[in-house]
Design a protein around this ligand. Structure first.
Ligand code: RB5
Length: 151
């Protein structure tokens, strides 16, 4: 299973630690993030990870910026992406079980490395439950379709 990972300058160190952790769990990591601390634009990395997941280059994605919000907003602009910010393991599990999120985001200025690892593990190990949740996810897809048609 391939995991796309992306980050801005606020999350270089955490990205490296999370990438190593994800690899230690047996996943392949594709790095789309910046690897230096120079100020950069988070939308670039949110879009890169969103695109990799939407196009099937990766099975799911992990995005990190200062808060997790900027990269998640960018990823959600890519058609087919469902990304949410997770600062706890319960949300990380439910975002997959209920929302079938294909990208998760969190903030390097919000969660520490150990919490971030727990969040990632909870997300990767959870499974979408389908059923009533499928019809709600389908509603989101229909909204995405109708809003892109109304341009
Ligand atoms: C960068 O300073 C910061 O704005 C960015 O990492 C992120 O938190 C934006 O949502």
């Amino acid at each position: 299973m391939k995991i796309a990972i992306g980050n801005d300058h606020a999350a270089v160190d955490l990205k490296r630690e999370i990438a190593r952790y994800v690899e230690s769990l047996g996943y392949e990591v594709i790095n789309f993030g910046t690897d230096n601390n120079e100020s950069c634009d988070y939308p670039i990395y949110g879009e890169k990870v969103g695109q990799a997941v939407a196009e099937g280059q990766a099975d799911c994605g992990i995005l990190i910026c200062g808060t997790g919000v900027g990269v998640s907003l960018a990823a959600n602009k890519v058609k087919g992406i469902r990304c949410g910010v997770c600062s706890d393991t319960t949300t990380a599990r439910l975002i997959k079980e209920h929302n079938n999120a294909n990208v998760i985001a969190f903030g390097a200025r919000i969660v520490g490395a150990e919490k971030a690892k727990d969040i990632v593990k909870a997300y990767l190990e959870a499974e979408f439950q389908g059923g009533r949740h499928q019809s709600r996810v389908d509603m989101l897809s229909r909204m995405e379709e109708s809003w892109s048609r109304s341009e």
